[in-house]
Design a protein around this ligand. Structure first.
Ligand SMILES: Cc1cc2nc3c(=O)[nH]c(=O)nc-3n(C[C@H](O)[C@H](O)[C@H](O)COP(=O)(O)OP(=O)(O)OC[C@H]3O[C@@H](n4cnc5c(N)ncnc54)[C@H](O)[C@@H]3O)c2cc1C
Length: 414
C-alpha cells in the first residue's frame, strides 16, 4: 500500500503495541487522522509492574502510563476508551464498535493483545478468585493482599512466580500449584526451574509441582480453598490464576483473516488483508532468526511489531529486527532473557547459582541461541548481539568466569 493513499489509520486495542505504533506513525511523518480504540477505561499503560513493584505498592500509577492525556491531544490522536471493536467490515474498510459507531479506515492495526486463559474448574467464578492482566485486576487484588492471609497461586509461569514473590514479601502464606513437573516448564530449562523453585521455597513459599487442581471450594460465594485431585484441601482466602494467555484474535478470525494461535502476519506485521496489520501478543510472526513463526508475549515484541506496522503503512524502510528479549523480577533477582531457547542441544552455566549471580547459555550446533542471565547484565547484553550474529562459541570458554564476558564477545566477533 503506498503511503500517499493512507489518510485514516485506526488502531484497535490500546496497550503496549498500540502506544508504540502511534508514536512511530507520528514520528514517521503521518499527519492524517489517527484513532485509538481501547476497551479498558485507561490510557495505554505498561503491564510488567502490575505483577512487580506496582502490585507491592511501590510504583505510582502515573508512572504506568506511556504518555499523559495531553500528549494524545498534542498529537491529534482521537482516543476512544471503554470502546470495544466488535467487527471488521473488510469490503468497506470499516471497523464497527460495540456501541454502534463505525470507523472507516485506510489502514487498520489490530493491537488487541491477549487475555488470561480461564481456569477450567468448578469454583473459578467465586469471589476472591482473580486473574492478573489489567490495572483493574490489581485494584481488586491489592486490598486482599493482607499479611497472614492465605493465597493460592495457580500456575508457576513468570506471572505466577512474580506474584508469589510479591505476596510473600507482603507477608502472605503463599502456595503455588503447578501441573507440570517443574516451575517455568514452558519457558525455560530445568536448571533455571530448579533455581527458582529453590529460591521460592527458601523464601517460605510452598511450591507443589506435578499437582492437579480439582476445583475451588467456597462459602457464601467466596473462595475458601483449593482442592487437589487427590482430595487435599489447601486453605485459600484468595486465589490468583496464572495459567497462560490466549491471543485476542477473534476480530480478525471473524473477518476471514488467517489466524493460527494468533493473527498471522508477515515481516511487516501485515495480515492476509493488505490493509490490516497486527502487532503484539495477538500476532503470530515470522521469527526470522529462528526460521519459524511464533507468537511472543513480551514488551520488546509489542514495541518491535508496533514499529514494523507503522513503517510498512508509511512505506518507510523496515526497521532492523532485534534479538527477542524479556525480563522477570522476583525478590532481588533480576532475570534477563535473550533469544529463544527451544531446541537447544547444550547448555553452559557461567557463574554460581548459589551466589545468585549466573547465566545459562543455550547452544544448538555450538551456536548461541539464548541466554537466561540472573543478576548478570553483561552476559545478557553481550548475548543479545552474539545471538543475532549467529556466533559459534566453545562451551568451555563460555563457562570460564576468569575471562570477562566482553572479551568472549569481542573474540567471537573478530
Ligand atoms: C502482569 C504482567 C506482567 C508482565 N511482565 C512482563 C515483563 O516483565 N516483561 C515483558 O517483556 N513482558 C511482560 N508482560 C507481557 C507484556 O506486558 C505484553 O506482552 C504486552 O503488554 C503486549 O502488548 P499488546 O499491545 O500486544 O497487548 P496489551 O498491552 O495487552 O494491550 C491490548 C489492549 O487491547 C484491548 N483490547 C482487546 N480487544 C479489544 C477490542 N476488541 N476492542 C478494543 N480494545 C481491545 C485490551 O483490553 C488491552 O487493553 C507482562 C504482562 C502482564 C499481564
Amino acid at each position: 500500500m503506498a503511503s500517499g493513499e493512507v489518510r485514516r489509520i485506526v488502531i484497535a486495542g490500546a496497550g503496549q503495541a498500540a502506544a508504540q505504533a502511534l508514536q512511530s506513525l507520528r514520528q514517521g511523518g503521518f499527519d492524517g487522522s489517527l484513532t485509538l480504540v481501547g476497551d479498558e477505561p485507561a490510557l495505554p499503560y505498561q503491564r510488567p509492574p502490575l505483577s512487580k513493584a506496582y502490585m507491592k505498592g511501590e510504583f505510582e500509577e502515573e508512572r504506568l502510563y506511556f504518555k499523559p492525556a495531553a500528549w494524545y491531544e498534542d498529537q491529534k490522536v482521537e482516543v476512544l476508551l471503554g470502546a470495544r471493536a466488535t467487527r471488521i467490515e473488510r469490503p468497506n474498510r470499516t471497523l464497527h464498535l460495540g456501541h454502534g459507531a463505525t470507523l472507516p479506515y485506510d489502514a487498520l492495526i489490530l493491537a488487541t493483545g491477549s487475555r488470561p486463559r480461564p481456569l477450567p474448574c468448578k469454583g473459578a467464578d467465586l469471589q476472591g478468585v482473580h486473574d492478573l492482566r489489567t490495572l483493574a485486576d490489581v485494584e481488586r487484588i491489592r486490598p486482599q493482599m493482607v499479611e497472614g492471609r492465605n493465597i493460592v497461586i495457580i500456575g508457576a509461569g513468570y506471572i505466577g512466580l512474580e506474584a508469589a514473590a510479591v505476596a510473600r514479601q507482603m507477608g502472605l502464606n503463599v502456595t503455588v500449584l503447578e501441573m507440570a513437573p517443574r516451575v517455568l516448564a514452558r519457558v525455560t530449562s530445568p536448571v533455571l526451574s530448579e533455581f527458582y523453585a529453590g529460591e521460592h521455597r527458601r523464601q517460605g513459599v510452598t511450591i507443589l509441582t506435578a499437582t492437579q487442581l480439582s476445583h475451588l471450594d467456597g462459602k457464601d460465594g467466596t473462595v475458601t480453598g483449593a482442592v487437589l485431585a487427590d482430595g487435599t484441601v489447601i486453605p485459600a482466602d484468595m486465589v490468583l490464576s496464572g495459567i497462560g494467555i490466549l491471543p485476542n484474535e477473534e476480530l480478525a478470525k471473524d473477518a476471514g483473516i488467517a489466524c493460527s494461535n494468533g493473527i498471522l502476519v508477515d515481516r511487516d506485521a501485515r495480515t492476509s488483508d493488505p490493509a490490516i496489520f497486527a502487532a503484539g501478543d495477538c500476532a503470530s510472526r515470522p521469527l526470522v532468526h529462528y526460521g519459524r513463526d511464533g507468537r511472543l508475549e513480551s514488551v520488546h515484541n509489542a514495541i518491535e511489531q508496533g514499529k514494523l506496522a507503522a513503517a510498512a503503512i508509511l512505506g518507510l524502510p523496515r526497521p532492523a529486527e532485534d534479538c527477542p528479549w524479556f525480563w522477570s523480577d522476583q525478590y532481588d533477582l533480576k532475570l534477563q532473557i535473550a533469544g529463544l531457547s527451544q531446541g537447544y542441544d547444550t547448555h553452559v552455566i557461567r557463574g554460581d547459582p548459589v551466589a545468585r549471580k549466573f547465566a545459562v547459555f543455550y547452544l544448538r550446533n555450538e551456536t548461541l541461541i539464548a541466554v537466561d542471565a540472573v543478576n548478570s547484565p553483561p552476559e545478557f547484553l553481550a548475548s543479545k548481539k552474539l545471538i543475532m550474529a549467529g556466533a559459534k562459541l566453545a562451551p568451555a570458554k563460555l563457562g570460564d568466569t576468569s575471562t570477562p564476558m566482553k572479551d568472549i564477545a569481542a573474540e567471537a566477533a573478530a
